[in-house]
Design a protein around this ligand. Structure first.
Ligand code: DQA
Length: 156
């Protein structure tokens, strides 16, 4: 779902595999909020700031790469991404993000460094402006607020 505003700066929020299950998926780790609720909160912030926000979730790595590639031509200015399990596996998604040359923030609901060691490495973090991990859904909101103040408003 996309809310368009003429001439407005555009932010894309990308959610990786299994994040469609938020709310019911291991709530002790990921919280009880659904993906729709998280996106709705971000939409509200974006609306107040008069920027366009677009959301994309997929369980398919190929679909995620295709959507990231689309930002090269669709006018996206900034990406907020939770690559989910692809964080730890996907050179292909990393390469897609690098190809866009867009600034992005990496989000994790859980603190990936306090979990299994295979979650400690991210293929994205060194390319990202920054990473927020362990603050639950608040992490997305903080990333959006940062994008708005540090990138979007500055560029007006
Ligand atoms: C996650 C952490 C990943 O390790 C995991 O595979 C996810 C979600 C997080 O938001 O905490 O699916 O990215």
């Amino acid at each position: 779902m996309e809310m368009k505003k003429a001439g407005a700066k555009k932010i894309l929020v990308v959610h990786g595999p299994n994040l469609n299950l938020l709310g019911m998926r291991e709530p002790d780790i990921y919280g009880r909020e659904t993906l729709q609720e998280i996106n709705d909160d971000l939409s509200q912030i974006a609306e107040g700031a008069e920027v366009t926000i677009d959301f994309f979730q997929s369980n398919s790595e190929a679909a995620l790469i295709d959507r990231i590639q689309l930002t090269i031509t669709d006018g996206t200015d900034f990406i907020i991404i939770n690559p989910a399990a692809c964080t730890h596996t996907s050179v292909a998604m990393r390469d897609a993000l690098a190809a866009t040359r867009l600034p992005f923030i990496e989000i994790h609901l859980s603190n990936i460094f306090s979990r299994e060691t295979f979650r400690h490495h991210s293929y994205f973090s060194d390319l990202a402006i920054g990473m927020i991990s362990g603050l639950g859904s608040k992490g997305y909101q903080l990333a959006l607020e940062y994008a708005l103040t540090a990138y979007i408003k500055q560029a007006d």
